[in-house]
Ligand binder design. Structure first.
Ligand code: NDP
Ligand code: BG6
Length: 514
């Protein structure tokens, strides 16, 4: 790897993987990078974006000359802004090395401009401020992160594009979900953004695609001979994709109530996982080849039917020593809201590979644990000569592959094994890859990976326009039907396993939730 350095930056090692990462080294030498966080005073900026930018800086993965600009309506000086960022940074990557010095240097590169989202005057001032800092290199690349509520997406994209587009380098804009509430509003949003931005400048983020085990999903399938031949209806009985959180919507009730769990998590994060899981092998790792396959498989899915959906909403739970609030106890949630905080959905893919295999998706807030995982249940062994040597539960005799996305990332395969010793008895045990003990290194946060991809112009992990359209087409009719019929969610206690209806749905497909 080569090393680039400047007076106030640590030596920047151009990673030897740079070619694989599609980094244009030459671009780094001749260009500066400005990252603008629009909505810099907000929750996501503080929780995810600033820490991720610092991690990339610390690891030498950002260009030699870069600066960060915060933009929001709140009034702040550069110093206030640096204090705000400073409170979000940790030295989690390398605590032993004391990254305090790096933090100081990082903060010196942070600047703030206050201004409205729906009026270009503030963006014009931002442009002046950016130009003042971008003097050391002949080219200036600019990257915007729209970390703001959806009602101001288009106005802010317009202000940024019209006033702050780079004259010498590229301009790229990251848009956070929600990308609309249904097909129509999503199309309106896309049309609005496309007035100011070309598709190649637009990066629609789905942070689940930046998670380590989701990136690994295609590696697991296509770089191992043992899985792909089994990846079809002949061997796989059912697939479960489970998202569970052991906390409620605390503090986000206002946002959540307009969307509900299906729009918040299932239509995007879980559907993206299913698409990567189920797509045909792409021609190459090129972003367009991968996204072509994802669109194809999403378009092969059946639009979700209401009788394949179970809705739930958590209710409060009072115990002797604690009192857990229900969804409706949140002051920002309208009284009597029917918004689901839990949903279980069966999806079906009408193609030769997956015909007849149910994909069961489940997502819920305020459940008994926090986990996200994919569970692949294989069919029973035909003519199993060991049938009588297994436990009484027939489910235990099938193999199961579990991809644990979080926490404690792991991949394990449940196999039948002889219990060691005299006699012949079989049990179900695991071939187990635990990331923590195998790789002994902290995994990058999804936002680190995705921000780096935007710097490098790599769109593999971002949602293309037609992919988004296809995803909404699957969910819009059912969401409208739920709203028109005012379907009441089944109540479940905070901290429970969710509504019993979910078990009936699984039973309909001869499946048991893990
Ligand atoms: P916030 O509600 O914290 O809003 C971000 C900033 O936008 C605020 O600091 C505020 O800045 C400004 N703002 C807030 N409400 C309004 C409004 N009604 N009109 C105009 N400006 C407003 O959002 P988050 O940071 O939580 O999220 C940003 C985006 O990311 C949203 O689209 C959200 O849906 C999405 N998202 C968030 C996640 C999270 O974990 N927080 C997770 C996934 C997606 P100021 O008043 O200073 O202008
Ligand atoms: C967000 C949802 O997209 O993902 C949240 O809006 C959810 O409701 C979050 O909590 C989960 O992300 P993670 O990375 O913590 O699993």
């Amino acid at each position: 790897s080569s090393v680039l350095a400047s007076k106030d930056s640590p030596a920047i090692a151009v990673p030897s993987t740079s070619q694989a990462l599609n980094v244009e080294i030459n671009d780094w030498v001749t260009s500066s990078l400005s990252v603008v966080v629009v909505g810099a005073s907000g929750d996501l900026a503080k929780k995810k974006i600033f820490p991720a930018l610092f991690a990339l800086y610390y690891e030498g993965l950002l260009p030699e000359e870069f600066q960060i600009f915060g933009y929001a309506r709140s009034k702040m000086s550069d110093t206030d802004f640096r204090d705000l960022i400073s409170s979000t940074l940790t030295c989690r990557i390398d605590a032993a090395e004391k990254c305090g010095d790096a933090q100081e240097k990082f903060l010196k590169r942070c600047f703030y401009q206050a201004g409205p989202y729906d009026d270009s005057s503030g963006f014009a001032q931002l442009n002046t401020k950016m130009s003042e800092q971008e003097v050391s290199k002949p080219r200036a690349n600019r990257m915007f992160f729209l970390s703001i509520p959806p009602n101001v997406f288009i106005a802010a994209a317009g202000g940024a594009a019209e006033q702050c587009s780079s004259k010498t380098g590229w301009t790229r804009v990251i848009v956070e979900k929600p990308f609309g509430r249904d097909s129509t509003s999503s199309r309106e949003l896309s049309d609005g953004l496309s007035r100011y931005l070309r598709e190649d400048q637009t990066y629609r983020i789905d942070h689940y695609l930046g998670k380590e085990l989701i990136e690994n999903l295609t590696v697991l399938r296509f770089a191992n001979l043992v899985f792909e031949p089994l990846w079809n209806r002949d061997y796989i009985k059912s697939v479960q994709v489970i998202f569970s959180e052991n906390f409620g919507t605390e503090g986000r009730g206002g946002y959540f109530d307009q969307y509900g769990i299906i729009r918040d998590v299932i239509q995007n994060h879980l559907l993206q996982i299913v698409a990567l899981f189920a797509m045909e092998p792409p021609v190459s790792l090129d972003a367009e080849d991968i996204r072509n396959e994802k669109v194809k498989v999403v378009r092969s899915m059946q639009p979700v039917q209401l009788d394949d959906v179970v809705l739930g909403q958590y209710k409060g739970r009072k115990e002797k020593n604690f009192n857990l609030p229900g969804y409706l106890d949140d002051a920002t949630v309208p009284k009597g809201s029917l918004t689901p905080t839990f949903a279980a959905i069966a999806m079906h893919i009408n193609n030769a590979r997956w015909d007849g295999v149910p994909f069961l998706l489940k997502a819920g807030k305020a459940l008994d644990n926090r986990r996200a995982e994919i569970r692949v249940q294989f069919r029973h062994i035909p003519g199993n000569i060991y049938k009588h040597k297994m436990g009484s539960n027939m489910d235990n005799t099938s193999n199961e592959l579990v991809i644990r996305i979080q926490p404690k990332e792991s991949i394990y395969l449940k196999i039948n094994n002889k219990v060691p010793g005299l006699g012949l008895r079989l049990d179900s045990t695991k071939l187990d890859l635990q990331y923590q003990s195998t790789y002994k290194k902290e995994l990058p946060d999804a936002y680190e990976r995705l921000l780096l991809d935007v710097v490098n112009g790599d769109k593999r992990l971002f949602i293309r326009f037609d992919e988004l359209e296809a995803a909404w087409e699957l969910y819009t009719p059912m969401l409208h039907e739920i709203e028109a019929k005012k379907v009441a969610p089944e109540l479940y206690p905070y901290g429970s396993r969710g509504p019993v209806g979910a078990h009936y749905l699984a039973a309909k497909y001869n499946v048991r939730w893990a």
